[in-house]
Design a protein around this ligand. Sequence first.
Ligand SMILES: Nc1nc2c(ncn2[C@@H]2O[C@H](COP(=O)(O)OP(=O)(O)O)[C@@H](O)[C@H]2O)c(=O)[nH]1
Ligand SMILES: [Mg+2]
Length: 293
Amino acid sequence: MADGSPSVLLLIPAYNEEERIGPVLRDYATYFREHYEGEFRAVVVLNGCRDNTLGVVEEVAKEFPEIEPLNFEAPIGKGGALIEGFKKATEAEAVLTGYVDADGATPAKAFHELIKRCAAGEADCVIGSRWLPGSVLHQSQTKLRRVFSRGFHTIVELLFWLGIADTQCPAKLVRREALEEILESLRIADLAFDVNLLVSLKQRGYTIKEVPIEWTDQLGSKVTANLWRVSLVMFLSVVRLRLVHSPFYNWLRPLRPLETWLYLRLNAPPPRPAADSQSPALEEASPLDSPPK
Ligand SMILES: Nc1nc2c(ncn2[C@@H]2O[C@H](COP(=O)(O)OP(=O)(O)O)[C@@H](O)[C@H]2O)c(=O)[nH]1
Ligand SMILES: [Mg+2]
C-alpha cells in the first residue's frame, strides 16, 4: 500500500516545556515545508502546564499556521495528552498520525524516515528504536536510566511477548485505519502509554515495524528526575494492562476506586475509564494535587 506523501499529523505532548519547545517546533515546521510534499500539521497537546508553554506555542503558530496548541488545564499525563491528540487526529482524518517529544530528541529528518517507511506500506505502525543496530545516539540516556529502561523492557517482554526492543522510544507513527480501531482501547495515561498502544495494535493483528533511529537525549528530563516513582507507576500500568486482557479482569473491577486512589497517591494520572463505564469523566477524575511527572 504505497502512498507517496500522505497527510501527516504530528502530536507533541508538552508539560512545562517553555524552555525547550520553541526551537523544536520551528525546526519541524521548517524541515517539513522544505522536504515534504504532502500535508503536514502538528498539534502540541499541553497538559497542566504551569509555565508559559502555551504562549510559546501560540507565538510559533503565528509564524507557522500548520502548528496549533491543544490545551488541557488538568495534568492529564503524557499518555492522556496523546489519547486526546489521537482523538483529534481521527477527526482530522490524517492518513498517518505520529508523535515525538517536545525536547527535540528525535530530529525532524528521523521522523520523516518513519513516514517514508509507513507510506511505503512497510507496516501499519512504524516505531523508532534506540536499541537496534544502526541507531545513531548522539547523546544516550544516563546509565541509571538505561538500567531502568532495560528492566522495564524485560517486564514488558515477560508480560506481552511483543518482541520489540524499544517500546518506549517516543517516535511512533500509525495509519489511520489502525488508529481508529484501537482508539477506544487506549487507556494508560502515564508513560507506559506506548505499551498500551503497541499491545492494542498487535492484538488486532496490525503490523508494527521497529526501525533504528537517530536520537539525542536532552537535558531537563522530568522522568529521570523522578525515576523511581515514574518507574513504579509504569510497572503498575503494564501489570494492569496485562490483567485487563486476562480472564480475571471482571473480578477485579470492584477494585477500581482503590486503583484510582493509588495512582493519585503516586501523583500520576489514573488510567482512563471506558466510555461506557460508570466512572466519572477523566477531567473530573484527576484531582491531582500537583502535576504528574
Ligand atoms: N514527565 C511528563 N512528561 C510529559 C507529561 N506530559 C507531557 N510530557 C512530555 O513527555 C515528553 C518527555 O518528557 P521528558 O521529561 O523529556 O522525558 P524523557 O525524554 O523520557 O526523559 C516531553 O515532551 C514532555 O513535555 C507529563 O505529564 N509528565
Ligand atoms: Mg526528553
